[in-house]
Structures are given as C-alpha cells and as structure tokens.
Write a protein that binds this ligand. Structure first.
Ligand SMILES: [Zn+2]
Length: 130
C-alpha cells in the first residue's frame, strides 16, 4: 500500500503519469515548479478562457495549447525522465512562464470535468513555434 503522506509531500514524478501528477497538484507545488507571479498570472489567464485547443502530443506524455493573450503563444508541456518541462513561444526569461502555468491549470480543469483531450497531429504547427 502506498503511503499517503509521502504522496502529498513529494512530487513522485517517476511513479505517476502527467495526469496523475496534475490531479494532485497544489498551488504551492505549482509555485515551486514555476514561481508565485507566474501562478497568479497563469491563473488569471486560464480564468479568462485564454487557453485554447488543448491537445495531447502524439509522442510521449505531453500537452500542446494556444494561449491567446495580447498575441497567441504556443505552449508545449512535456514530461521527460520523470520531470515536467515547458516551452513557450513567448521565449520566457524565466521558465516556466505564466502561459505554461495557465496550460497546466486548464489541463487540471479538463481532468476534473472528464473533458476529453484530443491528440495533436505529429506535425502540429505549435511544435515548430516553441
Ligand atoms: Zn510564455
């Protein structure tokens, strides 16, 4: 049996899928992954409904989305070697940016609502923008 306490206090990347991790993600963990400002801004962006066309990448465990703020940004979230990485066409100085955080939050909302997430084409244009 799994120890519940350790699951809550640690990021057991290696053990869990991207969906498992995101289902249990807390705001504190999201801030530790990015930073406080990115979490606050990312939450605002997600609440405005600016995260569009969320898709799963066809290769590996990842997400692709458009984040439409002043201009549309392409965001790629990938899990590699048990760690979560983000790339964004805004070319952030500090990674992960607020757009990446907004995509993670949108993904969590999809999971909670059991909304299906379509698979992106292997040549999705967003893959070439990030
Ligand atoms: Zn960005």
């Amino acid at each position: 049996m799994e120890c519940l306490l350790s699951r809550r206090t640690e990021w057991a990347w290696q053990m869990n899928s991207l969906a498992d991790i995101c289902r249990e993600l807390t705001w504190g963990q999201l801030a530790a992954w990015s930073n406080k400002t990115a979490v606050i801004e990312g939450r605002k962006i997600q609440q405005k409904g600016a995260v569009n066309t969320l898709m799963k990448t066809s290769k590996g465990e990842g997400l692709l989305a458009w984040v439409e703020v002043e201009e549309p940004f392409a965001v790629l979230i990938e899990m590699e070697y048990g760690e979560l990485f983000s790339q964004c066409s805004c070319n952030p100085i500090i990674n992960p940016c607020e757009h990446a955080v907004a995509v993670i939050i949108e993904f969590i909302v999809h999971l909670k609502r059991n909304n299906p997430i379509p698979l992106a084409a292997p040549n999705d244009p967003r893959l070439y923008l990030v």
